[in-house]
Design a protein around this ligand. Sequence first.
Ligand code: AMP
Length: 191
Amino acid sequence: MLIVFIGPPGSGKGTQSKRLLEYLRIGHLSTGELLREAKAAGTPLGKLAADYMDRGRLVPDNLVLEMVAEKLGDDRYQAGCMFDGFPRTLAQARSFDEMLAKLGTPLDIALELRADKDELVSRMLKRAAAEGRPDDNPQTIAHRFEVYRQQTSPLLDYYRFKGILSVIDAMGTPDDVFTRIKTAVEKRRKT
Ligand code: AMP
């Protein structure tokens, strides 16, 4: 089963996708995590991506697509995977569909985590205090919301049109949200 997770900053994508992959026992590919690793390791990709990430901007599509294409070569991901934080733009979504068409493994479901903005900002400020991520300061947070609205939210219509979008209410406790996600995924598995 191939799943994409879409949600604004602070919507719990990371936490929920980890829980879902433990439940489904499939691979997990988080472009944010891979980019943070590349940055920490000081690889050429990490160096190119660092400035965009620290400013809360999207890393250019070609860099992200190359990184994902390399990972998709691994059978582990083709057997089943959750894509977390990818795709983030329509161009990424279209190229991703082309890659998957070549592999003969189309996406099964796009999960959108939806929550109100005040709740999301408060969660992110808490995370900033706990984890000290450099892109979790108030100015960058505001910018990341804007990037989401402008560049990522068009994906929702793209996947809705394909008939694979499931909207998940991301308000409430992590357990409540996870129950909703499981229900949506099980429904899709049966179709
Ligand atoms: P995340 O952990 O998914 O919130 O990603 C953290 C940062 O990594 C983002 O603010 C972007 O700068 C970068 N990033 C992660 N995934 C992507 C992507 N699919 N396309 C472009 N930039 C990305």
